[in-house]
Design a protein around this ligand. Structure first.
Ligand SMILES: Cc1ncc(COP(=O)(O)O)c(C=O)c1O
Length: 420
């Protein structure tokens, strides 16, 4: 595979059909973003055209959605415009409009997640949202928390450190490496519950294996036993259609800068309304004392913040609304299914860390090459083939809607060239 993308001619041709405009260099941020393409019968043409909404350099393949996603140009523009607006005029009067956007944004997020606005707060990222619950939940030395060994440190180590302060117990459970069914993934958690268990904390989708847990099953089983649930949605928020009422969790967390393709350093925290009053704040900032105990924003008085994120987030949600969250979910699943099939066909030496089955996996695909150093493959993919991925849990490839099916072929051919 050469540095010159061999399929660029085809891509340009497809773009031309889809957008009705001539082939051009990717426009700069300052140029107006092209209007969103119309959905038609030729899905691939649509997704090729949609890619023009992003600033991704021609010939580069971004497969690190699980870590960080690019924003559509309209989002970048909204962020930059608002930053310039504040720099032009830092008065309270000029900034008031952003404070108003805060509530609108929470309302839209609540709609997006099927929750109530009073249950949604904005944080800086999933890490902070997880820690807000870990440090805020009133626990005693008699209490027990059950967590997954695949959790992110902010939902694992954070509990262990908290346990050192409080004296409570943290039970860490493992799931089978090759689960035969979602129930097999749920069983270790359910078996760990005792009368002392106060909370189950787990990632919806693991960032180190790509395993998708049966979240609804776990949340419902936990609730039946009076056990709270903290679902870390870093790898599901923005990628899957999330219906929090249906999921039945007590806390859900996520980052806008991952699958949602929103501005960086924006997180969300959902807490079921009956629980908000019981949570301790981990930061006490200005205006804390003006808030009611059941106001979730009491937990996020972080001081001065970058308010330019507000219009950028609104633009992000508008983008999702226009494309459609169901379509986004289907596309990500289609991309990963194609990627897995290509790997099976062309790379027999690769071991899947991620289950092949669609009901136990999602947008994160992790593989291992027994006789190769993953860091070496990762570097060669980047340097020689212009592919950005990750080495978390193995060689981790995570596509989002700005990727094409052709890229799912290209990356597999690139890996084949590297590993022989
Ligand atoms: C499951 C999970 N939780 C939490 C995080 C932390 O996200 P952030 O860095 O946006 O706080 C990540 C990041 O990859 C993650 O995968």
């Amino acid at each position: 595979m050469s540095h010159q993308n061999p399929l660029s001619a085809r891509r340009s041709f497809l773009k031309k059909i889809a957008t009705g405009v001539g082939v051009s260099l990717l426009p700069e941020l300052t140029e107006a973003a092209p209007s969103l393409p119309h959905w038609n019968n030729d899905e691939e043409t649509y997704w090729y055209a949609l890619r023009d909404q992003f600033l991704i350099e021609e010939g580069w393949i971004m497969l690190n959605a699980a870590n960080l996603c690019p924003s559509p140009r309209a989002v970048s523009e909204a962020l930059h415009e608002a930053t310039r607006d504040v720099d032009r005029n830092v008065s309270y009067q000029n900034r008031d409009k952003y404070a108003e956007m805060h509530l609108t944004l929470r309302e839209k997020l609540a709609q997006y997640l099927n929750a109530e606005v009073g249950e949604i707060a904005l944080t800086r990222n999933t890490s902070e949202s997880n820690n807000t619950i870990v440090q805020g939940l009133p626990l005693t030395a008699d209490d027990e928390v059950v967590v997954w060994d695949q959790n992110h440190p902010t939902n694992l180590l954070a509990w262990q450190i908290q346990a050192k302060r409080i004296g409570c117990t943290v039970k860490v459970v493992s799931t089978p490496p090759n689960p035969a069914s979602p129930q097999e993934l749920a069983d270790p958690f359910l078996a760990a519950i005792t009368p002392r268990t106060r909370l189950l904390g787990f990632s919806h989708i693991s960032n180190v294996s790509g395993v998708a847990l049966p979240t609804q099953l776990l949340c419902q089983a936990a609730r039946e036993q009076n056990v709270l649930t903290l679902v870390d949605g870093a790898q599901s928020f923005g990628c899957h259609v999330i219906n929090l009422e249906q999921m039945g969790c007590d806390f859900y967390t996520g980052s806008a800068h991952k699958w949602l393709m929103g501005p960086r350093e924006v997180g969300i925290l959902y807490a079921r309304k009956e629980l908000i009053e019981s949570l301790w704040p981990h930061v006490v900032g200005l205006h804390y004392d003006e808030k009611q105990p059941d106001d979730i924003t009491r937990l996020t008085t972080f001081g001065q913040q970058d308010i330019a994120k507000m219009p950028a987030m609104l633009e992000t949600l508008s983008f999702h609304e226009q494309v459609g969250k169901e379509k986004i979910e289907q596309r990500v699943m289609n991309l990963t299914a194609t990627l897995k099939k290509n790997i099976q066909e062309h790379l027999p030496q690769a071991n899947f860390v991620t289950p092949l089955s669609e009901n136990m996996s999602s947008g994160v695909v992790i593989i291992d090459f027994p006789n190769h150093d993953k860091k070496d493959i990762f570097e060669k993919l980047y340097r020689n083939h212009r592919v950005a991925c990750s080495t978390k849990g193995g060689l981790r490839l995570s596509p989002n809607i700005y990727n094409t099916l052709e890229e799912m072929d290209q990356v597999v051919l690139a890996m084949k060239e590297i590993v022989g």
